[in-house]
Design a protein around this ligand. Sequence first.
Ligand code: SF4
Length: 66
Amino acid sequence: MSSIEVDWTRCDAHGLCSRLLPEVITLDEWGYPVIDGSDLDRDLVRAARKTAMACPALALRVERRP
Ligand code: SF4
């Protein structure tokens, strides 16, 4: 199982992540990401990794859960 985690000490509410991965990430009223915590399938893991690399603040990580 894999999920996206946000490093809140880095996130600057750019909002890019929700545009790149709208299936999983929406924004709250201040522009911070709200992550759908459900398990990512293989295609979404790939897309999530690309989104993490695109984050200007490098605030996203794709992690494997036990
Ligand atoms: S793109 Fe990165 S910095 Fe911007 S809202 Fe998403 S996680 Fe935060």
